[in-house]
Write a protein that binds this ligand. Structure first.
Ligand code: APR
Length: 234
């Protein structure tokens, strides 16, 4: 089976009711990104950050995957599919995708602020226990924090993601402005000769070093078009 690797960003979830990051005057869901998604922001006011993610989590439980998410998961019938996503929502999983790498963390999880990647202290939340009270502690006694990669922190999942990109027979980028590294650099691991598609209604600066076929549409419509092309590539 041929391998398709997707790299998705905020635009993937727009049709499911989430906002993108850029193009909103630096606001993420009406909050300044530095306040709610940076290491300094967390240190300055963990209560505000905790409450922000409580709010976002409520939105997540109500959100549904869109047709774009579903078409990606259905491709697993004919291809080996890996989704590398910058999104912290779980809509790819909800749509049925079985191999999803989250580069920037997961909204549905909380962790220790001293030892964020220690699985012992990572807790998965559900709709019934999703509000974290400010000041709650992880098992190691440190403040419980959202399992989110903040600006200014390392991105450990970039390594498995780069390995996947290097094995792709087809690479597809959906709904990301390719502004944030290391995610934006993933395309550089794609083998020479591997076709690269971009689905985005707007122009995206991709570095221009490789031929990229731009399907200038939203995620669902673009995925429908891409599935027609992929049929010939099975
Ligand atoms: N379908 C597909 N793409 C869309 C749609 C849509 N319906 N609507 C908008 N887009 C595109 C925009 O044209 C833009 O290119 O989605 C892209 C969103 O870009 P950004 O807002 O920059 O989001 P993203 O690239 O995911 O941001 C990367 O930045 O703040 C951090 O950690 C955060 O993961 C995030 C990272």
């Amino acid at each position: 089976m041929k391998k398709i690797v997707f790299l998705t960003g905020a635009g993937m979830s727009v049709e499911s009711g989430f906002k993108t990051f850029r193009g909103n005057d630096g606001l993420w869901e009406d909050f300044p990104v530095e306040q709610v998604a940076s290491h300094e922001g967390w240190e300055a006011d963990p209560t505000l950050v905790t409450n922000f993610y409580n709010m976002l989590r409520k939105k997540l439980w109500a959100a549904q995957p869109n047709e774009g998410h579903r078409l990606i998961s259905q491709l697993e019938a004919d291809f080996e599919v890996t989704v590398v996503t910058q999104n912290v929502d779980n809509l790819h999983e909800k749509a049925g995708s079985t191999k999803v790498i989250h580069l920037h963390g997961e909204l549905a999880k909380v962790c220790s602020s001293r030892d964020p990647y220690n699985p012992k202290y990572i807790r998965e939340l559900g709709p019934d226990d999703s509000d974290i009270a400010a000041g709650s502690k992880a098992g190691d006694g440190s403040l419980l924090r959202p399992f989110i990669v903040f600006f200014g922190e390392s991105v450990p999942m970039i390594e498995p993601a780069a390995l996947e990109a290097g094995k792709a027979d087809v690479f597809v980028i959906i709904g990301t402005s390719l502004n944030v590294y290391p995610a934006a650099g993933l395309v550089r691991y794609v083998r020479p000769g591997c076709p690269i598609f971009l689905i985005d209604p707007d122009d995206v600066g991709s570095g221009g070093y490789r031929d990229i076929t731009h399907i200038k549409r939203g995620a669902s419509e673009g995925m429908r078009e891409l599935c027609g092309i992929l049929k010939e590539m099975k």
